[in-house]
Write a protein that binds this ligand. Structure first.
Ligand code: F0G
Length: 458
């Protein structure tokens, strides 16, 4: 087989600024050893997130120029609505400025004290929006999804038996909806199978519950289904997407991922009454229903991006380039969540740095070293991001996994950038004996990872 190439030519480029290792040591020290506090200009390869970091196509930029900025009834809205509806098949398409705005509107209406929302794994903004209403966000991931070193095709699946037990235990009247996140971001970018979506839908139907998809990375999930699930090899990506959404009663979407844009999102639904409530809420918090917190030009870019993301050459390149980085790391003996996910590689920091205990933030230690060694910015997903203090003892309660995420922006970096990233990580891995833990000097009461400052322990 020939090399899988980037399925595009580059028309517009953005220079990246080189820094020396000595400069980076100083920059990181000034940022309190928190790469969130570094100027992006001081980063060489930015793998902090795949969200809102995509390169747009010439056609998307042309669409931006063609955007209709009318307050009500904009032509761009109808184009957007038609494109989204072709994918989700839903009656009501409600634009929002990003994914969490769709979540906020939905859960403000269906959430509240005494309610439970199951998911394979809630993303942190989804969880936060649910908990903000005093409802409970519950993760029901299949067991294998919790074991980084074990390989399986669909480690993002929901545990269907656990879901049924949960519904019986809590009572279906206390569960306004069930959600599935495709792909499962917090669990390593792992896909969910069509069979699993179908089975979850069957359970939902049995108990009269609606099923919603958190559809941020729906096209990447569809490609995994095509590659890995029996019966889908000869189906087109749009066909697979339509089938996935056919089992759902609605969806929330951050267009900043699989719509290949820098801002945008939507809520897609079928229920007349729920849609009316959501639209009313939208008018209060986002904007009129035909723009919902976005400019007409943004709606154009989303509509075009949604078409482009389902192109099979694009998806082959996308999934392969993530896997390519993963393979280089596995070959070098670096512990990662296996198999590689769709949008990111997740380093298993517990196995990378077994001597740095969770309360000394092993993931943060790796993140800092990747920056110093090569100007690569990654993000800790472990005790720093999800750790909570025990109310009685004040001791840190760590999450099950200590991870470092290297998220790959869409259509932004070339194969040689990725080769360079692999070289940097391998170098850090070779010198891992020299890495030490960190202590927090300052932290905010919520979402502390964004602004915390650290001291390097010797
Ligand atoms: N759901 C999932 C699965 C996500 O990954 C994200 C964002 C959201 C919802 C919220 O969307 O940012 O548009 O409000 N994930 C980004 C990330 C931030 O880096 O993984 P948003």
């Amino acid at each position: 087989m020939k090399t899988i190439i980037e399925p595009f030519r580059i028309k517009s480029v953005e220079p990246i600024r080189f820094t020396s290792k000595e400069e980076r040591i100083k920059i990181l020290e000034n940022a309190g050893y928190n790469p969130f506090l570094i100027h992006a200009d001081d980063v060489l390869i930015d793998l902090l997130t795949d969200s809102g970091t995509s390169a747009m196509s010439a056609k998307q930029w042309a669409g931006m120029m063609d955007g209709d900025e009318s307050y009500a009834g904009s032509r761009s809205f109808y184009k957007f609505e038609e494109t989204v509806r072709k994918i989700t098949g839903d009656k009501y398409i409600i634009p929002t400025h990003q994914g969490r705005a769709a979540e906020k509107i939905l859960f403000f209406i269906v959430g509240g004290e005494g309610k439970f929302i199951p998911n394979n794994t809630h993303f942190d903004t989804t969880r936060a929006n649910i908990e903000f209403t005093n409802a409970e966000a519950v993760d029901l991931l299949v067991e294998i999804g919790k074991h980084p070193e074990q390989r399986a095709d669909f480690k993002g699946n929901m545990d269907v038996d656990a879901l049924e037990k949960f519904i019986i235990e809590k009572g279906s009247e206390n569960i306004p909806l069930v959600m599935i996140t495709i792909t499962n971001n917090s669990g390593g970018g792992q896909p969910v199978s069509m069979q699993n979506i179908r089975e979850v839908k069957q359970i939902c139907s049995k108990y009269g519950l609606p099923l919603f998809l958190d559809a941020c990375r729906f096209a990447e999930n569809a490609y995994f289904i095509k590659m890995r699930e029996k019966g889908y090899k000869d189906k087109s990506i749009p066909e697979i997407c339509r089938e996935m959404f056919s089992y759902a009663d609605g969806a929330t979407m951050s267009a900043k991922k699989d719509a290949l844009v820098n801002i945008g999102g939507f809520l897609s639904l079928n229920d007349d009454e729920l849609a009316m409530k959501c639209r009313n809420m939208l008018i209060v918090t986002e904007g009129f229903p035909t723009y919902g917190g976005l400019a007409g030009r943004d709606l154009e870019a989303v509509a075009q991006g949604l078409e482009e993301v389902m192109d099979e050459h694009y998806l082959q390149y996308r999934i392969r380039s993530t896997e390519y980085l993963g393979e280089k790391m596995i070959d070098a003996g670096i512990p990662i969540i296996e198999p590689p996910g769709g949008h990111a590689i997740y380093i298993d920091a517990k196995r990378f740095l077994p001597d740095v205990l969770p309360d000394k933030y092993p993931g943060q230690s790796i993140v800092c070293e990747l920056y110093i060694e090569g100007g690569v910015r990654a993000v800790e997903i472990g005790s720093l991001m999800f750790g909570k203090y025990d109310k009685k003892t004040g001791r840190l309660i760590s999450p099950p996994m200590e991870l470092v995420r290297l998220a790959i922006p869409r259509r932004v970096y070339t194969q040689s950038h990725i080769d360079y990233v692999a070289e940097v990580i391998i170098e850090v891995f070779k010198n891992r004996d020299k890495l030490s833990g960190y202590e927090i000097l300052y932290e905010a009461p919520i979402l502390r990872h964004f602004t915390a400052r650290f001291k390097k322990l010797s």
